[in-house]
Design a protein around this ligand. Structure first.
Ligand code: 13P
Ligand code: SF4
Length: 300
């Protein structure tokens, strides 16, 4: 059986759409209806007309899709695909922090659970975090869970950002030394980093952006060589769109294990067995929706 063709056939038969994050394996990106960063996928999930959304990404992304489209069946093909950073903050922990800073608004990176979103005032993604924080008319902001993204935002705003001690183990692993060595080896290369990288790595970047931001930047650049400071999954589209350009990843094995758990076989099984259905308690969903909608109203 040609599994890719069979998946496409089942998608049609079941009136389902396949959404995939930019870190998914090449084979999945190839057959997806839409690939994108967290913001792009959220926008897409809010507009979907199909009965079912098959979400190839990690748990919080499928949850966000359900929060935006509760009338759809949202399937996550791999139930164990989580985000370790999202797990670094709980609703309980956030409530404790809010008690320490009464009246200070909470900005919550979408890499978080529905419960944490429900405890927050507004969400953000890596693509709009600066604009989201700027939109708040307070001089202090609580930012959860990514301390690196929060630190990146603090470079552009005249506000005190109270950080949570969370981070992405995959991006936080990039070191200044590695980048300096690569820059020395490839002096003509432009370094593009994701804001989840540590501040001393971001300091060395020529451009900082979300996963989809990398595509735009590279396409528009006349440069031929790039050091890429984000997960290897972006290589699929980068190579496809820029066959004459070279991409060197910040370290060998720059991979999110959770993003790589989804396979074609698991998508096939998800469609046949209609698994794993992602839902959110309605009270939590409504509160979380407010934070997400408030974010989507902010210009990118
Ligand atoms: P993007 O929003 O840039 O796609 O990032 C999501 C993510 O999980 C990065 O590690
Ligand atoms: Fe989470 Fe990091 Fe994986 Fe993104 S790359 S899903 S932040 S663990």
């Amino acid at each position: 059986m040609d599994i890719k063709k069979e998946i496409r056939r089942l998608l049609k038969e079941k009136d389902a759409v396949l959404l995939a994050h930019n870190y998914q394996i090449d084979d999945i990106q190839e057959i997806a209806d839409f690939t994108g960063d967290s913001l792009g996928l959220s926008i897409e999930a809010s507009k979907v007309k199909n009965k079912t959304i098959v979400f190839c990404g990690v748990h919080f992304m499928a949850e966000t899709a359900y929060i935006l489209s509760p009338d759809k069946k949202v399937l996550l093909p791999e139930i164990d695909a989580g985000c370790p950073m999202a797990d670094m903050v709980t609703a309980e922990g956030l409530r404790e922090m809010k008690k320490k800073y009464p009246g200070v608004p909470v900005v919550c990176y979408v890499n978080s659970s529905a419960e944490v979103k429900a405890e927050s005032d507004i969400c953000c993604t890596s693509a709009n975090a600066v604009n989201v924080v700027k939109s708040l008319d307070t001089d202090k902001v609580i930012f959860v869970p990514d301390k690196n993204l929060g630190h990146y935002v603090s470079r552009f705003v005249d506000k005190e950002i109270i950080l949570w001690e969370g981070y992405c183990p995959i991006h936080n692993r990039v070191t200044k030394k590695e980048i300096l060595e690569l820059k020395e080896k490839y002096p003509d290369a432009i370094f593009v980093a994701h804001p989840e990288c540590p501040p001393e790595v971001v300091d060395l970047a020529d451009h900082v952006c979300s996963t989809s931001g990398v595509y735009k930047y590279v396409k528009e650049s006349d440069n031929k060589r790039f050091i890429i400071g984000t997960e290897e999954g972006v290589g699929y589209r980068l190579k496809k769109e820029n066959p004459d350009k070279e991409f060197i990843f910040a370290y060998k094995g720059f991979q999110c294990k959770n993003m790589k758990k989804t396979t074609l076989k698991k998508i096939y099984d998800a469609l046949i067995k209609e698994q794993y259905v992602i839902t959110v308690d309605e009270v939590i969903r409504e509160k979380a929706l407010k934070s997400i909608k408030r974010m989507l109203d902010i210009p990118r």
